[in-house]
Design a protein around this ligand. Sequence first.
Ligand code: SRM
Ligand code: SF4
Length: 572
Amino acid sequence: MTKPIPKGLNERAINGSDVERIKDQSNYLRGTLVESFANPLTGSISADDHQLIKFHGTYEQDDRDRRNERLARKLEPAYEFMIRARIPGGNVTAEQWLALDTISDLYGNHTFRLTTRQTVQFHGIVKFKLKQTIQAMDKALLDSIAGCGDVNRNVMCSPDPALSSINAQVYPWATKISEHLMPKSRAYHEIWLDEPQGRTLVAGGEAEEIEPLYGKHYLPRKFKIGIAIPPHNESDVHMNDIGLIAIAKNDQLLGFNVAVGGGLGMTFGREDTYARLATDIGFCTPEQVLDVVYHTVAIQRDFGNRQDRKLSRFKYTIDKYGLEWFKQELAARCGFELQALHPYTFTTTGDRFGWAETTDKRWHLGLRLEHGRIQDTEKTSIKSALAQIAREKLCAFRMTANQNVFLTEVKKNNKARIVNILKEHGYESDASHLSGLRRNSIACVALNTCPQAMAEAERYLPNLITKLEPILDKYGLLQDNIKIRMTGCPNGCGRSVMAEIGFIGKSPGRYNLYLGGGFNGQRLNKLYRENLDEAAILTTLEPILADYANQRETGETFGDFILRKGLLDQAA
Ligand code: SRM
Ligand code: SF4
């Protein structure tokens, strides 16, 4: 199955962007990380290691709330690290959840964050505690390998394998694919877990032996894979580089429709960058899927743009060479052609909240969180509640693609105890008291940790929704499911370009407003107005919401209404 890396193409990388040089000189992701972390004189690491450490699942950041104050006092920025776990399909045990909770208190900022790719991030870890953090994760059988960097990232899969026999058959593929595409370098184990050097070849070895898939230069850019099971599209599967849509008949998994070339990131001022949904290109059986993903990644390795990182995602490779070329290249490498697509329909996206009985006669609880942040506040103490539930071993935990959590494998006689614990901590187990807008909201992390943020997202969207709710109430829309999402920049981490109402931060307090995304995750939205402050957002949205309430057709979603009314023809 392993195809040697074509020498010429691999060599070409050396002349590419600076990140290519760093990978080239890193000795398979080792760089000078050991030296950087041993340096007691700064909370920072070297510029090259700053890039390289992403492959270890961690980012060097600084607390942006404190930036100016530190600058004024002539101090170096308040450097800290974010670390992202690799949890394919988003499943952890009660013991692992407790470990996550403890790690956030011992080493992080006393919170942790469920992400839009079904995993967990810690923030605020100082340099001198990062190794202990990774070791604590390892003790809990968790790692952060390939959480970030130019490799395949956390593989997503729809929530709860126990929901149906198809869910159970599909779920293991998330782990199988993740493991199949993992980097093989032992750098992570040596640097963080003190594994003795030499278990694999180090410098001087042949790239094909050390990293059979990735080689010395890894991929041109990050790579993402997700799996969905129709009719549910919890994860907006078409935003991935590869989307796999499970196809079943008579309760048997037949295989996957394969979609390629999704990606949501754009850059303001670069008209050649754009969001793109993956295109369905064919069907493969479960036996073929590992070959399909492996060789797709290898094609991107060989043909992706290594000169300009703004144009290096797989979607640009697909658009440059064309879908027909890609299908032929894939067939030649796999030794088989994809079959004809199977029909399927997505009818829902987002998470289904509340209790549901599962096929193993147990229950799960879909719990809505405020943008994935696990923390205790003055109003509620969800962090303590979930830790207590884990301590009593009442359930397992499953992160969703929408920054929520499912409490899974719950025995019937433990349901009441879970509800009580949540109540005691000020948290409702049912999301029906929330507006439809809030239930369907996503916000990326943005400030104070994200270095790319131009505006708030996680810390602001809940407040904006509070201001929109009276408007919704006025027009009888409070319970309507309308998808609203906000990101602090155009990178798209909160998938705002797929929302019915999407906001992208432009500068502090100002956002571009995008409208008309599909409710089922199958249509991008379009720019409607630029650079709005809060007052302008409210006055722009109110008449549109009023028209929607009065003029919509039966069952028409907000995004579809926007399109039918031609509102986007009068866009910005
Ligand atoms: Fe993301 C970069 C957070 C999902 C597109 N993303 C970042 C960084 C690491 C900022 C940075 O470059 O230094 C953010 C860290 C913020 C912080 O302080 O924690 C960040 N991304 C996130 C998370 C945590 C958002 C969240 O609120 O949940 C998500 C973590 C996912 C995970 O667990 O792996 C997250 N990022 C996404 C998604 C959505 C998805 O994959 O489901 C996207 C859009 C899909 C896509 O990849 O096209 C996304 N993130 C980006 C991009 C733009 C990539 C591009 O093609 O241009 C960047 C910037 C980059 O890569 O240079 C980025
Ligand atoms: Fe940061 Fe931008 Fe991603 Fe938000 S969308 S987390 S601001 S990179």
